[in-house]
Design a protein. Structure first.
Ligand code: ATP
Ligand code: MG
Length: 229
């Protein structure tokens, strides 16, 4: 296994459109994300956080520059190979949780496992283990509307963890949560990095979050500001 950072972005540029209406979303961004660490991308609305997160996770490709996942440049891989890496190694957690409304918490966690062809017994075992890990052992049969925002976000985290990824990308995971619940979710994210060795990279506007993460990268108009921690 590689010993360097799990993800390394080098000179990443991303523009949308062309000519006079082109938008420069990212200009020469280089950074590293390490296993066992909670990394934050912060910046104002429109600074390029989501664009960068999508490129780090192989959901989008840069116009220039490279992203190395485990020392392998993923920016030029064929789509099928990229999809395989995403499914096997990367989990996603979103601001609006992205849970299926008609499925219970356990069924939501099991869904990607089912799509990955994991056998029934192991699906059960993994979904129950990770829901218990995030403190929802008594909520497994509840549907999303019966869960609080924090519980829904923890369900989404359990769903990502059950796939045993090496990297979890979280776009504004506390954006719809109040201050106390945000702090609880962040504590949990940090504990997950420590206990499983997974790398977690999140985006946020919230200055209060900065003290709770290991590494902060600030984005201003698509450029990286000086690293703060
Ligand atoms: N698909 C797209 N087509 C055109 N422009 C885009 C596209 N995606 C993003 N942009 C532009 O790129 C810039 C960066 O957007 P991005 O969504 O990365 O910002 P952000 O920091 O995540 O903002 P927010 O905090 O509001 O989520 C913005 O100017 C945005 O309008
Ligand atoms: Mg965004």
């Amino acid at each position: 296994m590689a010993t360097g950072p799990l993800v390394r972005a080098v000179g990443v540029e991303r523009t949308f459109g062309s000519g006079p209406t082109a938008v420069w979303a990212l200009r020469g961004v280089s950074l590293e994300i390490e296993g066992g660490r909670l990394t934050a991308l912060k910046g104002r609305s429109g600074s390029g956080k989501t664009t960068l997160l999508n490129i780090l996770g192989g959901l989008d490709r840069p116009n220039a520059g490279a992203v190395y996942f485990d020392d392998r440049d993923i920016t030029k891989l064929p789509e099928a190979e990229l999809t395989r890496i995403r499914l096997r190694s990367i989990g996603y957690v979103f601001q609006s949780f992205g849970l299926m409304p008609l499925l219970s918490a356990r069924e939501n966690v099991e869904l990607p496992l089912r799509m990955a062809g994991i056998p029934h017994k192991e699906r059960r075992e993994r979904s129950e283990r990770w829901l218990a890990y995030v403190g929802l052992e008594k909520r497994m049969k509840h549907r999303p509307y019966e869960l609080s925002g924090g519980e829904q976000q923890r369900t989404a985290l359990a769903r990502a963890l059950a796939m045993q990824p090496r990297l979890i990308l979280a776009d504004e995971p506390t954006g719809e949560l109040d201050t106390t619940t945000s702090a609880q979710v962040l504590d949990l994210l940090k504990r997950v990095t420590r206990e499983t060795g997974v790398a977690i990279c999140l985006t946020t506007h919230d200055p209060a979050i900065m003290e709770m993460v290991d590494v902060v990268y600030g984005l201003v108009d698509g450029r990286l500001a000086r690293e703060e921690q």
